[in-house]
Design a protein around this ligand. Structure first.
Ligand code: HQG
Length: 188
């Protein structure tokens, strides 16, 4: 892992899971003052000389947009597990969304629907490639689920904008979920 990836991981950990460990004051949309984050990072020898510019560069270079820096504040777009629920912007989803997961979770998902588990929201992918990459974190042969987002939205399920590739929902009932065969996913 290079320096920028390590910095991204550390910042994701702070902003998604443990702002109190870094003494960060977080607002309801997940924003914290960059100065506070820098102060905390500077207390760690590994990040002694990290600057706002380094954080900007890390965000810029990352293939996946995980953080946003604006008006002297920084936030994580998604992924939170802290007790205070981060308020996200409700938005009409595309007709179809995807979710990459492990084969071993399928039976439970088909019974109970998609649940946020340890995070605040269920994470859905904008495209198949993203879903495959998410699924590979859990299983070398991930299973891709197709979410009938349009119908779910029409029937009152709320969706929230996460980032350019990530959509969020409180939960997705199983009637809106079907399994893609792995072959189908690759063909698209
Ligand atoms: C599964 C990463 C059994 C769900 C990723 C998933 C993403 C169920 C796992 C983002 C279930 C939770 C989030 C049910 C859901 N029964 N299992 N009823 N409902 N699950 O890591 O979506 O790179 O919390 O399928 O790329 O994998 O860190 O969520 O497998 O965008 O920026 O429970 O985090 O982004 O796993 O990943 P996770 P996720 P970063």
């Amino acid at each position: 892992m290079n320096m920028s990836e390590e910095l991204s991981k550390e910042i994701s950990y702070a902003l998604r899971h443990a702002p109190w460990e870094y003494e960060l004051e977080m607002d309801e949309e997940g924003w914290v003052p960059v100065e506070q984050l820098l102060d905390a990072l500077h207390r760690n020898r590994a990040w002694k000389s990290v600057t706002t510019k380094d954080i900007e560069q890390m965000i810029e270079c990352s293939k996946k947009k995980r953080h946003e820096l604006k008006n002297g504040k920084i936030r994580a777009f998604y992924g939170h597990s802290i007790p205070m629920k981060i308020v996200k912007e409700e938005k009409m989803p595309p007709d179809v969304l995807y979710h990459g997961t492990a084969r071993r979770f399928i039976q439970s998902i088909m019974e109970k629907g998609l649940l946020p588990q340890n995070r605040q929201y269920v994470h859905l992918s904008q495209d198949l490639e993203t879903a495959e990459n998410v699924g590979k974190r859990h299983d070398d042969k991930p299973c891709i689920l197709i979410i009938d987002a349009k119908r779910a939205w029409n029937e009152g399920i709320k969706f929230y904008f996460g980032s350019e590739k990530v959509w969020l929902a409180d939960a997705i009932p199983s009637r809106y979920i079907r399994k893609a065969t792995y072959g189908l996913a690759v063909m698209h």
